[in-house]
Ligand binder design. Structure first.
Ligand SMILES: [Zn+2]
Length: 180
């Protein structure tokens, strides 16, 4: 057990903060995007249904609205919309690890068990001095540990910002634009 949170560098703290800010923004845009898909405008009382709903709820219900069951199979927007929600879900899962995980400067596993700690990507250890370890405790499951480079935490924030911009553009240009 090590309590080394005080040794987490500012560059990582800044990157985690940027993910938190980007994620609140993405959630806001997602709320309007899902409302638009459901045919609810910001001025409808119906928009209250979406206020305060979590990213989980918004993505789950968004996926339902663009599923094969809900959308005509011949609707050309279907595949691209489903891909957007898949992307939102992947980013949300990574975001939950970054925001809710416990960060450590060193790996919690001995070298012999290093494969118990999965690197974020094949490039994580390109600059090992900038790699940190994050552990997520899950209900009735073994904790899962991942290694992230600070640049990958920054990258997650940029990916969330890019998706938010993409959803915003689609909301403004109309959902038909998604198929183009
Ligand atoms: Zn580790």
């Amino acid at each position: 057990m090590n309590a080394d949170a005080a040794r987490i560098p500012e560059s990582l703290l800044l990157a985690i903060g940027t993910v938190a800010v980007a994620s609140a923004d993405l959630e806001h845009v997602l709320r309007h995007f899902v409302a638009g898909l459901a045919g609810i405008t910001a001025y409808d009382g119906g928009s209250l249904l979406l206020e305060g709903q979590s990213a989980d709820w918004l993505i789950g219900n968004g996926k339902m609205l663009v599923s094969d069951d809900a959308m005509s199979r011949s609707d050309p927007r279907g595949p691209a919309l489903r891909e957007l929600f898949e992307r939102a879900e992947q980013l949300k899962n990574a975001r939950n690890t970054v925001i809710h995980g416990r960060w450590q400067t060193r790996c919690g596993w001995p070298p012999a068990d290093a494969d118990m700690c999965s690197p974020r990507s094949a490039r994580t250890y390109d600059h090992p001095e900038f790699v940190f370890h994050v552990v997520r405790s899950r209900y009735r499951k073994y904790a899962v540990e991942q290694a992230w480079a600070v640049s990958e935490v920054d990258e997650l924030a940029s990916q969330m910002q890019a998706l938010a911009q993409q959803l915003l553009d689609l909301s403004e240009r109309g959902y038909a634009a998604v198929a183009q």
